[in-house]
Design a protein around this ligand. Structure first.
Ligand code: FES
Length: 184
């Protein structure tokens, strides 16, 4: 049986198939696909000043297009502040549909260059400062990001920290507290 992401109690594993939420749309030059998405449909007016309603791509389940830099590419697409926003059908993004997808990577590898960019971005600083010190809720499986209520049970912790893949809040894997941004 294929497990649904929202039922997992441990991080995803590479090579395993899961049922993941997807949204259909055209994204040039990759054509029409059911793209894996993560978190709710939302806008980022607050702090990040990004108005369009969007989903975020889930880099863990992005297909391989035979690129030699496949991991790097999808992770940049999914994490970089502006490209992170998938706007496939700008008007009326549909509800996600659960589809079977293979896990190709366990997380978005946050490159030092990307983290450097984020740490200098005033919008991210505003968001991260506002949430620092907040207590994440536990949904019985794992911590839930207090920003957009994204369940994090299926995400890996690195050195005791889970980083929310949407807007990169850092959460203490043991206590569920949102950590201050690095350099604050
Ligand atoms: S949903 Fe925004 S940081 Fe988690």
């Amino acid at each position: 049986m294929t497990a649904r992401l929202d039922q997992l109690t441990a991080p995803v594993e590479v090579g395993v198939f899961y049922l993941v939420p997807t949204v259909r749309g055209e994204w040039k030059p990759y054509g029409v696909r059911d793209w894996p998405v993560i978190g709710p449909r939302h806008n980022d007016r607050h702090c990040l000043n990004f108005d369009p309603t969007h989903y975020h791509l889930d880099a863990r389940f992005m297909p391989s297009f035979g690129r030699s830099d496949d991991d790097w590419f999808w992770c940049q697409v999914a994490v970089a502040p502006l490209q992170v926003n998938i706007r496939l059908n700008a008007d009326g993004l549909p509800d996600p549909i659960w589809k079977r997808r293979k896990c190709r990577r366990t997380e978005n590898p946050y490159t030092p260059q990307l983290m450097e960019q984020v740490s200098r971005n005033k919008g991210f600083q505003c968001l991260h400062d506002e949430y620092a010190g907040r207590q994440a809720k536990h949904d019985g499986r794992g911590w839930v990001c207090p920003h957009r209520a994204v369940p994090l049970a299926d995400h890996v912790a690195r050195e005791g920290v889970i980083q929310c893949p949407l807007h990169l809040l850092r959460i203490d894997a043991h206590t569920g507290k949102v950590l201050p941004r690095e350099g604050a």
